[in-house]
Design a protein around this ligand. Structure first.
Ligand SMILES: N[C@@H](CCC(=O)N[C@@H](CS)C(=O)NCC(=O)O)C(=O)O
Length: 282
């Protein structure tokens, strides 16, 4: 591990200790590790998640829908502790074979519909309730383009930059250089776009912003990966900071970020608006 160079063997084999902070949960195979059903609440939408940026996308969207008066968006949100391997239970794998939060079960029709991948969940909810995804073809294409852009950038920022800069047990210059460069390029894409338009897809707040905000705002505010904001010189991205601040002031966003997290000011599970009301600052 301390040798900075490495010659790959002919056939890769799994070293269970090589994953740093995630060594306990990462495995090179898919599928369930244990039998356990998921809990089911009374609301039409059942969310199985954790309040990471990918999880927050969905709880922000649900809170936005409720704020817009869509009572059909009432939801139960259950905590999936990925550090404890809950994503590998038979129940979770049956709704997301990829074993990653967030996963949604839409029980509002005669047959429950499973939806996994945060982008697919945002699209499902936007189409179901007719909000935050424009219907005019040009505007819709722009929104989906920025949504898919976000989905493709998260692994670079999190799995690439965040992993090697912050989580990796030893710091190596090559991967940190590579992913810092890519992360800054991605951030600059957003900053330049937000110099042209108030929101990523144009004049209106859409699921593209809801997907991107939890990732980019925490970088902009210095709330991610130790001192990454200084390392990436986030202060120079003024348009991104304006957008991050503006969206961060939305009530639904302030509610959504509190769900499926433990500790003061957060709710591990959500079953009614009162759960969040009880932890909001007075
Ligand atoms: N592309 C997926 C990524 C989801 C994802 O990476 N989830 C992480 C938490 S943010 C997870 O569940 N990790 C558990 C694991 O890797 O075992 C999405 O956007 O839904």
């Amino acid at each position: 591990m301390s040798d900075p160079t490495y010659t790959p063997p002919k056939v890769w084999t799994w070293d269970a200790e090589s994953g740093g902070a995630w060594a306990k949960i990462n495995r090179p195979v898919a599928g369930a590790t244990h039998d356990k059903d998921l809990p089911r609440g009374a609301h039409p939408l059942q969310l199985y998640s954790l309040g990471t940026p990918n999880g927050q996308k969905v709880t922000i969207m649900l809170e936005e829908l409720l704020a817009a008066g869509k009572t059909g968006a009432e939801y139960d949100a259950w905590l999936i502790s990925i550090g404890d391997g809950d994503q590998f239970s038979s129940g979770f794998v049956s709704i997301n074979p990829n074993s990653k939060i967030p996963a949604l079960l839409d029980c509002s029709g005669p047959t429950p519909i499973r939806v996994f991948e945060s982008g697919a969940i945002l699209m499902h909810l936007a189409e179901k309730f007719g909000l935050f995804l424009p219907t005019e073809p040009g505007a819709r294409a722009e929104c989906l383009s920025w949504l898919m852009w976000q989905m493709s950038t998260a692994p670079v920022i999190g799995g690439g930059f965040g992993h090697f800069y912050f989580y990796a047990p030893e710091k190596y210059e090559y991967p940190i250089n590579r992913y810092a460069m890519e992360a800054k390029r991605i951030i600059d894409v957003a900053d330049r776009r937000l110099a042209e338009t108030p929101y990523l897809a144009g004049e209106d707040y859409t699921i593209a912003d809801i997907a991107a905000w939890p990732w980019l705002a925490r970088l902009a505010t210095g709330d991610a990966y130790g001192d990454a904001a200084t390392f990436l010189d986030m202060a120079r991205y003024r348009n991104l900071a304006r957008w991050a601040d503006q969206i961060g002031q939305r009530k639904a966003v302030q509610r959504g970020v509190r769900v499926n997290r433990t500790g003061e000011g957060f709710v591990a599970e959500h079953h009614s608006a009162a759960d969040i009301d009880a932890v909001l600052p007075a």
